[in-house]
Design a protein. Structure first.
Lengths: 274, 310
């Protein structure tokens, strides 16, 4: 436990000390919020509501905000795993690997660090809610925080897997960018993913971000208040094998995903040791 | 004295290469054990196996009573390692680096502060402990790494090329600290170095070449085994000088390297005055000395340690 805490704390200290990174990691989601929330919201609303009359309730910004928070979680947590490569480059990984810390603690510590950093960033985005003219229930914002941490942990695991096989930071950035952008676009974060062609639908359903975004939206947007048509328009009726998935199932799926990724990452740290 | 490290029949084989071919040695408690060898001799492979970083193909290593392969965590807790390359987190302060190390090694919470101050004192870094490591000079970083290696009171401290890349002044300074450590703490040290003059501080030395240990004893014994004195000279015409030496001089081993002729004789005192008279070619340079570890190394491996790099 002490080892996990030490690794976790080190990554946090380093995050807050690196001003450029702190600042840089913020501009991307804000940029997306400006583009999708401000500039494109009218267009998106018209596109999404073309064929149906949903009345007054539909607000695209309300739909896209949880998506952009998820996107921030994804980007930050995956890129945080780059610290593993940096530690290898700067030799610090050796100091960790020759110590008696268990290998699973290293994986969990790194994951917890990435999840914390990305959750903090997500929470900081909440500050923009009033500026965007949105209102979410305060309690649902509190409720979504633990889930953001879990999602951050799961997604940082993807980064850890890449970090264990890629040895240069440049290579890591390149590969991760190739992976991360489609994961955002095919997750329902920015636009609904209902009505995709079959092969793309398979990708959507395999993408863990899809379930993350769905849970975020279901917790943050008070969906019981929405009419069926609005829910349909927002793509909040995610179905798998012909039946609608529940929030509980989605959280379970993400939890299982996290555990599997920890196991693989632990194995790779064991091998790095050998 | 007890053995802190026992290596028996240690073998490491990669695909077709026998990197380490069944070596045996003991390191006794409190001694400085010098581990020398040209690059590619299997030194690093051996150290990695001893430090739990590499599983051996066969054979065993026991450190502080723990088997390196089966009780990794206990072994890891018993050793401190100063790596050849920097392994500090330069974005953190010296103190933060040490605090993290305490947590990795489960140093009890209430002892952490006093231990950190204690090791900082040994290496004279108390005043700069709250500065970031990136502001440190090369020598200070090395000292901090040594301090860090001591934090968990290891039974054995591994020093892998501890002074590589440092200027001679800093090297001398660093050795002062290392020797102070041995005196004060009686800590066992396992040392590898390319600077053979530094290896002189060892109580015992093992020389490894081509996966085997080819010599192991105290530096004095190793040098005495070579015997005699070494005479190095240059002349105006070396080729002719060698001819003359081979004609007239007996009782000397003659070798040539570069523009220097080396003579190994039993005792230079009796030999030198006659020798100078017998030589017609004018001598431009003359040096008489006792054998050094470098000569020992040369005699065993046929290579000079400095030129065997790469």
């Amino acid at each position: 436990m002490e080892g996990i805490m030490a690794i976790w704390q080190r990554d946090l200290i380093k995050f807050f000390r690196d001003r450029a990174r702190l600042f840089g990691s913020f501009t991307m989601p804000i940029l997306f919020l400006l583009i999708f929330g401000g500039g494109l919201s009218g267009t998106m609303e018209t596109m999404m509501t073309q064929n149906i009359d949903v009345g007054e309730d539909f607000n695209y910004v309300q739909f896209v905000f949880p998506g952009i928070v998820s996107m921030t979680l994804l980007m930050t947590s995956v890129f945080s795993a780059m610290s593993v490569i940096e530690d290898k480059d700067f030799g610090y990984m050796k100091e960790i690997l020759v110590s008696p810390i268990s290998r699973v603690s290293i994986a969990v510590g790194k994951m917890a660090g990435a999840a914390t950093v990305s959750t903090i960033q997500g929470i900081m985005l909440f500050a923009l809610i009033p500026l965007l003219g949105l209102s979410y229930d305060f309690m649902s914002l509190i409720q979504v925080i633990p889930f953001m941490f879990l999602l951050g942990a799961a997604l940082s695991g993807i980064g850890l897997l890449f970090a264990s096989v890629i040895n240069s930071t440049q290579g890591f950035q390149l590969i991760v960018n190739i992976i991360v952008l489609p994961m955002v676009f095919l997750s329902g974060a920015l636009f609904p993913i209902s009505g995709m062609p079959g092969w793309l639908d398979v990708v959507v359903k395999l993408n863990p971000v899809t379930y993350g975004v769905d849970v975020m939206k279901k917790i943050m947007i008070d969906i019981d208040q929405l009419s069926m048509t609005v829910r349909e328009t927002m793509g909040l009726n995610l179905t798998l094998f012909g039946r609608q998935v529940t929030v509980f199932e989605e959280i379970l799926f993400i939890l299982a995903f996290t555990v599997i990724v920890i196991a693989i990452a632990t194995f790779s740290f064991k091998r790095a040791n050998a | 004295m007890n053995s802190v490290i026992q290596v028996s029949d240690l073998v490491k084989t990669y695909k077709n290469v026998n990197a380490v071919k069944g070596i045996n040695f003991d390191v006794k408690e409190g001694e400085i054990f010098g581990f020398l060898g040209p690059n590619g001799a299997g030194k690093s492979t051996t150290i990695n196996m001893i430090c739990t970083m590499l599983p051996p193909t066969s054979g065993s290593v026991v450190i502080n009573g723990y088997d390196v392969h089966k009780q990794k965590d206990e072994v890891r807790g018993s050793i401190g390692i100063i790596f050849q390359e920097n392994t500090l987190d330069e974005k953190l302060t010296a103190n933060e680096n040490l605090r993290l190390h305490c947590r990795f090694y489960n140093v009890p919470k209430e002892k952490r502060h006093s231990r950190i101050q204690e090791v900082l004192q040994i290496v004279d870094l108390v005043d700069v402990q709250n500065k970031r490591v990136e502001e440190f000079s090369g020598g200070m970083k090395r000292r901090l790494e040594i301090a860090r290696g001591l934090l968990h009171y290891p039974k054995v401290l591994f020093l892998d090329e501890p002074t590589v890349g440092l200027d001679p002044n800093t090297r001398a300074h660093l050795w002062k600290y290392i020797l102070k450590l041995k005196e004060q703490e009686g800590i066992t040290m396992f040392l590898t170095t390319h600077y053979l003059d530094e290896a002189e501080v060892s109580d015992r030395i093992a020389i490894m070449d081509q996966g085997e240990i080819i010599a192991m004893d105290s530096p004095t014994v190793l040098k005495d085994e070579l015997g005699g004195d070494l005479i190095e000279l240059s002349t105006e015409d070396n080729d002719q000088a060698i001819e003359e030496i081979q004609e007239k001089v007996t009782g000397a081993d003659v070798t040539v390297s570069g523009d220097t002729i080396h003579l190994k004789v039993e005792s230079s005192d009796a030999f030198i005055s006659d020798f100078i008279k017998t030589l017609d070619i004018p001598i431009t340079k003359l040096n008489i000395r006792k054998p050094t570890l470098n000569d020992v190394f040369l005699a065993y491996t046929g290579r000079n340690i400095q030129t065997s790099e790469g």
